[in-house]
Design a protein around this ligand. Structure first.
Ligand code: CP
Ligand code: NVA
Length: 328
């Protein structure tokens, strides 16, 4: 498998074999890291730049640690610390950074921005999250599912919440690609875009996967192997939508009843950060305003043995390392 020089913008651009190759490479790099085997000869002397137009904990730290482990230097550009988009176009930025760095990570708004960056940059570009897709998260999630369930093909994954944004879209794509059974269990308003659903159904026809959309919680979560959720309001969305999201998505909260209805050994996953208590500024503010103590997932489920969220978070680093190891 040779992925050298490839961009990593969305999983629709990759074959099932390529996706599984990256997941297996990540597992191998993870094992090496656990054993203390150094991998810093792989890309020794190279440099990568990390552009974040939205904030991050996991993705930024994963890119920084992974780059270091591969022998590379990093430059972090924070949401206000560069000329990008304000004084300099994406096309010009791509050519400037492409002349100094061997790879470019971008987290920001529209998918078209990262696609444009890749079009003009002479080096690989990696999508660290856009409004539409979060492909590096998918590799971590598949690695976690493989580790926990011992299989990927045929796994039933139910996503609850805003299924038309980056996490819902990406999970639907990866499930289609890998022959998994994807269910978006949410209010109709939050169903993914029809054209993407059709595209995924077409892919799933060839891989043995299925795509289901349902508003019925009991039907949508019955026998699921994985119950997955994400925040109800994503980065970059206006504060004003909180009230309607809480009202409309509360019926799709992951709680004890949902987990009981899922498969016997079902796991709970979340890309994080999560609002499962009032220990965050936003969680506390919304909690007080709307009289709630938890949002997309109850604290009980989040802290339960079924929850694999912190292993999932760790896997972000190993999988991002695999992407950089393979594409540079
Ligand atoms: N899951 C994820 O992307 O987390 P960060 O926003 O902290 O990078
Ligand atoms: N949907 C979330 C994902 C965070 C990793 C957001 O875009 O904020």
């Amino acid at each position: 498998m040779n992925l050298k020089g490839r961009d990593f913008l969305k999983l629709l651009d990759f074959t099932p074999e390529e996706i599984l190759y990256l997941v297996d490479l990540a597992a191998d790099l993870k094992e090496k890291k656990k054993k203390g085997i150094l991998t810093n000869e792989i890309h020794k002397g190279k440099n990568v730049v990390l552009i974040f137009e939205k904030t991050s904990t996991r993705t930024r730290c994963s890119f920084e640690v992974a780059a270091h482990d591969l022998g590379m230097g990093t430059t972090y550009l924070d949401p206000s610390g560069s000329q990008i988009g304000k004084k300099e176009s994406i096309a010009d930025t791509a050519r400037v950074l492409g002349s100094m760095y061997e790879g470019i990570e971008y987290r920001g708004f529209g998918q078209e921005i990262v696609e444009e960056l890749a079009k003009y940059a002479p080096v690989p570009v990696w999508n660290g999250l856009t409004n539409e897709f979060h492909p590096t998260q998918m590799l971590a999630d598949i690695l976690t599912i493989k580790e926990k369930l011992g299989r990927v093909q045929g796994v039933k994954l139910t996503y609850m919440g805003d299924a038309r944004y980056n996490m819902g879209n990406s999970l639907m794509v990866v499930c289609a690609k890998l022959g998994m059974h994807y269910t978006a269990c949410t209010s109709r308003k939050y169903f993914p875009k029809e054209s993407l659903v059709e595209q995924c159904r077409e892919i799933a026809r060839q891989t043995g996967g299925t795509i289901t959309l349902t508003e019925d919680v009991m039907e949508g979560t019955k026998g699921a192997d994985v119950i997955y959720t994400d925040v109800w309001v994503s980065m970059g969305e206006p504060e004003a939508v909180w009230e309607e999201r809480i009202r409309e998505l509360s019926p799709y909260q992951v709680n004890g009843r949902v987990m009981e209805n899922a498969g016997k050994d079902a796991i709970f996953m979340h890309c994080l950060p999560a609002f499962h208590d009032l220990k965050t500024k936003t969680g506390k503010e919304m909690g007080e305003k709307f009289g709630i103590t938890e949002m997309e997932v109850t604290d009980e489920v989040f802290e339960s043995p079924a929850s694999v969220v912190f292993e999932e978070a760790e896997n972000r680093m190993h999988t991002i390392k695999a992407v950089m190891a393979a594409t540079l």
